[in-house]
Write a protein that binds this ligand. Sequence first.
Ligand code: ZN
Ligand code: ZN
Length: 939
Amino acid sequence: MAAKRKLAAMAPVDEDPVDPSDELMFLCLGGGNEVGRSCHIIQYKGKTVMLDAGMHPAYEGFSAMPFYDEFDLSTVDVLLISHFHVDHAASLPYVLAKTNFQGKVYMTHATKAIYKWLIQDSVRVGNISNSSETKVQVYTEADHLNTFPKIDAIDFYTTHTHAGIRITPYPAGHVLGAAMFLIEIAGLKILFTGDYSREDDRHLVSAAVPKDVKIDVLITESTFGISTHVPRLQRETQLMKSITDILNRGGRALLPVFALGRAQELLLILDEYWAKHPEYQKIPIYYNSSLARKCMVVYQTYVSAMNDNIKRLFKERMAEAEASGDVSKGGPWDFRFVRSLKSLERFDDVGGCVMLASPGMLQSGTSRELLERWAPDPRNGVIITGYSVEGTMAKQIVHEPDQIPAITQRGATNTARRPGHREGEQIMIPRRCTVQEFSFAAHVDGKENMEFVQEVAAPVVILVHGEKGNMTRLKSKLLSFNAQKAVPTKIFSPANCEQLRIPFKSDKVAKVVGKLASSIPPPLPPNHHLKKPKSEEENGEPMVLEGKEQEHEQDGQEQQQQDQANPISGVLIQNDDFKISLMAPEDLKEYAVLTTTTVVCREHLTLSAAGVDLIRWALEGTFGAITELDITDAAISGKEEAAAVNGNAHGNGHARKKEEADEEVQRTTKAFRVMDCVTVYCRPGGGRVEVEWEGNMINDGIADAVLAVLFTVESSPAAVRQSSRTHSHSHSHTHTHTHARAPQDDDDIAAQKLGLRFKQPHPLKTPDPATRLARLLMFLEAQFGADAVSPIELPRTPAAHVQAEGKSLGDDGGGGGGGEKDVVMTNGTQAVQQETTTTGPSSSPSEPPFTVAGRPPHSPSAPTSTPTPSISPADAQELKRLHSLGIPVPGIKIRFDGGKYEAKVWLEDLDVESSSAALKARVKAVVERGVEVVSGLWR
Ligand SMILES: [Zn+2]
Ligand SMILES: [Zn+2]
């Protein structure tokens, strides 16, 4: 029943408030409800991935950029560039050179190779661009070349991990090198398609769903919305008919293309058609792109990364080249009927031709110039083959406007000669040429995209890279599939700068390792999701134990009861891979990926009043024995001090140096070590005191206490009086310090007396056993709370004792050994010897036995002061024996968590007993520390 209740309480309910750390954040800085300037941010579990860094082809300068101001790019761990297209990669030099981005950048080898040329080309073209007055150059060629080496090139199907983020690129079709990225953060798997195509074309490997991976989030392009492409063969036929129609009527066919990508595919189609149709072979096919020419090398290089068709073509051409004896001409990219055109200056425009010219959007450059030249002639034709971005001439021209603005120099001068044109007026060119559109854009169409989404079957789909209308249609269509699903797919289509927060509940599994795993039986059966579907109702535990400990499995209720008695406590460590381990603090070094670092804490205070003796006296009074150390000055402030000395020496020459050196000898410093963990360094003559300790929970507490004591001492009347004395004795050296107060004679004498008193050991330094026990109790109370600590009146049964002794053999000794081992006596200082003389009687074994009733008044609340009525003779004898050793009570009991757990400390050997290993370890640590405080218990 309890288990069921527990389950009910813990079972995840959908209305549960979501832990923000379980949310995936998604943000479009660009490419949200638009095509162009792709840039998306994913954040999950404190990791940040940026997808693409594009520029919008329809805009110029900063307005073409993603909204980088909306996000702190310095937080990005990894930036993935899906492919080389301008709308995905062109603002990368800006990100790397001009922002505080510090992450890693990954792209495929082919993408990187082409990216280099492409950006270089675009920077140069940008410089000679038309509307140069309004154009702001967002980065220079130098920015590009300087940041290029920061890019990591990777291979398809290889997994790379950075900052705990795993990434794997898969072929995306689309263009050479284009990748889909599988991103894994803390077990959450995200697939980003980038631009992708699934059609078998003439050279690319088409995109496939990654095998054997369960995708949680799919981020997919939606360029074509739900519209479907005409089947490939039919499209090719239509394209060739359109081109030949233009040629047959004596016209010129202009195909504006992006220099790389589809252009290569179209050239393969044309070259193949020309080969089969000799009647057209006298008509030239021109390809005008210096960029593409440069990148042909890349295309030749990556033939092995292309599809079987191109590999076959490669073999055929190589064989032909060898047969003809000219090996330099081999390769599938050495077209037979295509002529590369370096520039329009060399173009002999005399008749029919096929011209592929960039840029694809007809915004400027060669393609725009040719459009303006050829548009007035009705025999000519423009054929749009790619996806036309909103706001570009390529998009406008398909609507067949009557005229188009002349923006290129040549177009403008040609028309300017016409009469009636006024200065400053937009020159328009009549459009009489034909315009046709056949989509050879290598993007999936609606049907292919939806099939892909269904196949991936991610519970969350985010649509990007699509105009709002197309996106909305695709979203509705995808949502309509939810009717047949048990768990509906969530579909998102965020606009730019609109943050998505998507909760992902995941089972958190911690592996118990080290001491914890060996000392505690596994408290729970394995998580029902993973192992035991049948007993689902019986389990409701938030945590799963993995590993060999599972062999201990127990069943049902017994198990549940044990869970409640034995919660595991330890440190949860999450490594870079998001695997969580639970371990005892002492196992951190061994099991945590982290190396344990010691933090040394230092606190400086200026005690102008209290002198060294007073400080010693006060510390002894509070902490019992303290260790006294003599240290030379240099060791206190370390290099800083030494550096200061050197600096002075440089400035003031030899004499000054000597003086400093003399002073150093005189300034031997006292240091007190409190409880073997906090050191107090005091300068002679008062002044600066430095408290130093290794930072951890226990030490921090002790250090706080030390600091409190020091402050109290400072403000005590004794200190004020003593201060004058100390100063009067510390003026043997010549240089001027800040010794402001001059001693007055009366005060001086009084202070000397006082100082003498402080040179004596503190009366509380080595108290009698009862006081020492009381102090130990105080210490335990401070750690566990006053109500938690109480004395044990009856001795431990002999059997338990023997067992415990056997057990403690392997222990680290921790003050055990029946008082034989004197931990604190190792101090061996004079102070300790004095201790025996001043408090001699109380530490002698012959001291009268101590009873519970006789405990000092400030010890913790005892259950009752009446002696236990039923005390067996054996117990009585044992008590007597303990008393004769000076041990007032057999042990101390510590209750924890409202009495659920308890630990017993048997005082004779300081053995700690507890059913909870964690509590036992903690109590043991405290007791060991406490015993040091009270300078040994029973001697
Ligand atoms: Zn693209
Ligand atoms: Zn794109």
